[in-house]
Ligand binder design. Structure first.
Ligand code: 5GP
Ligand code: ZN
Length: 128
């Protein structure tokens, strides 16, 4: 169920360290190593599923559990608003081929304008 070459499999098996926020039998939440927001966590199932595009019917429960866990983690972090992002495939900005849900938040709306620009499409320049 895991891929020996996959960095997120290695993290969920604790072969590679990460700043773990939450863990249960089926998933782990850890801090993104290169945060795109003041708070940037990743919700990662322990099963190696490549992406949203490779989901099968038996993954419905795990997906619901990922989203519910994201809500709980965000609430615990005191976030009143946040973004939940799945990048899907290279054209969608996915770099790590192990399903993960980004939790992004913690911006200060007036001073910090990164809120609206967080996680832009990697190949889309809004000015063109
Ligand atoms: P993707 O672009 O695939 O949706 O996002 C992958 C995310 O994983 C990126 O935001 C990247 O910073 C994060 N990441 C990549 N390698 C590691 C790692 O070894 N540890 C942690 N904690 N995050 C990682
Ligand atoms: Zn994996």
């Amino acid at each position: 169920m895991s891929n020996v070459e996959c960095i997120f499999c290695k993290i969920t098996k604790k072969e590679v360290p990460a700043d773990i926020v939450f863990e249960d039998d089926t998933l782990m939440v850890f801090k993104d190593i290169h945060p795109s927001a003041p708070i940037h966590d990743l919700v990662v199932p322990k099963e190696h599923i490549q992406s949203i595009a490779s989901l099968e019917g038996n993954h419905r429960d795990i997906l619901a559990h990922m989203i519910y866990t994201a809500k709980e983690v965000a609430a615990k972090a005191g976030l009143k608003g946040y973004k939940l992002v799945f990048n899907v495939g290279r054209d969608g900005g996915q770099v790590i081929d192990h399903l993960h849900l980004h939790i992004l938040g913690g911006w200060h709306p007036v001073k910090d304008k990164t809120a609206i620009d967080a996680m832009p499409h990697p190949r889309h320049d809004p000015r063109t």
